[in-house]
Design a protein around this ligand. Structure first.
Ligand code: AMP
Ligand code: ZN
Ligand code: FE
Ligand code: FE
Length: 280
């Protein structure tokens, strides 16, 4: 079984529709895919409809942008009740706060380069939780930069005069929201070199106590030098070991199935969770 539980569609900042993503997952030889768009579940139904067509099983998830110790922490939530109040409110709030934040950045950038929030919204679609990748795509469209990566290294980087911080809830709160909703919480790429350094190992204990289920160990952004220590830590804290691609279509070089999660961990993920895996 080939299982990749962290991917994005155009319902957030991936470049493919959920249907296209499921077809790509089938071509990549995956048996199970997890759809984890940023702060939204709007792609779930379309992806679910593609399960019987593609034969690829679907794990419904989300990637929440949170903050801990003044660091940006991405938290994956899986198989939770979509009606659960706190996460539902959060998704609604984030749609608005992400829009406001991107609009502010676009206003600043707009003084130097001809882009507007209206153009972005028209291209991306109303209601998609916006992020810097959508600004990058607009800058690519008008020829200011060539790739998202170039945007993230320059105009869009923290510390750029155009940068505006986003709102995010605390990681501990987000972990408890996912658990209260009957889902499982998994720490995404905790040793990301590019995102202001690795999460301190001393924080993991508190995350575990708050209900953290697992950690993404095999992920291309994790600092390899710190991996042995992370492996030790998750064994000691009895956290489940995940691996995934964080596929974004053509928005990132990450390839479907480049890292995977074991069948055993998937079985534990499903055990007692509110939602089930959708099978053909
Ligand atoms: P934001 O939420 O606006 O802070 O932007 C973060 C998003 O941008 C995350 O979804 C990342 O997957 C994506 N991202 C971060 N760095 C890069 C990069 N170098 N190239 C493309 N996408 C990136
Ligand atoms: Zn993303
Ligand atoms: Fe992430
Ligand atoms: Fe991601």
């Amino acid at each position: 079984m080939r299982i990749d539980l962290h991917t994005h569609s155009a319902c957030s900042d991936g470049t493919q529709t959920p249907t296209e993503l499921m077809v790509a997952a089938s071509s990549a030889g995956l048996d199970v895919v997890g759809l984890t768009d940023h702060d939204t579940i709007s792609g779930w139904d379309e992806a679910a409809a593609a399960v019987s067509v593609t034969g690829v099983q679907l794990v419904r998830g989300i990637e929440l942008t949170t903050r801990d110790d003044n660091m940006s922490v991405h938290l994956l939530g899986y198989l939770f009740d979509p009606e659960a109040e706190k996460l539902r409110k959060h998704r609604q709030n984030l749609k608005n706060s992400r829009y406001e934040r991107v609009a502010k950045m676009v206003e600043l950038i707009g003084k130097d380069y001809p882009i507007t929030i209206e153009q972005i919204e028209e291209r991306v679609g109303v209601g998609v939780p916006l992020g810097r990748p959508h600004i990058a795509d607009e800058l690519i469209r008008i020829g200011v930069i060539k790739t998202r990566e170039e945007g993230f290294m320059g105009i869009l980087r923290p510390g750029s005069p155009y940068y505006v911080r986003n709102y995010s809830p605390s990681t501990l709160d987000a972990i408890s929201w996912v658990n209260e909703a009957g889902g499982k919480a998994v720490l995404a790429h905790p040793l990301g070199i590019k995102r202001g350094g690795a999460i301190k190992f001393s924080r993991f204990m508190e995350f575990k106590e708050a209900g953290l289920f697992g950690v993404e160990v095999a992920h291309r952004d994790n600092d390899r030098a710190l991996l042995p220590e992370l492996e030790n830590l998750i064994t000691r804290l009895d956290l489940a070991r995940f691996g995934a691609s964080d596929y974004h279509g053509s928005g990132k070089p990450n390839l479907l199935g480049e890292n995977t999660t074991s069948e055993e961990v998937l079985a534990l993920l499903c055990e007692g969770s509110f939602l089930e895996v959708i099978r053909p």
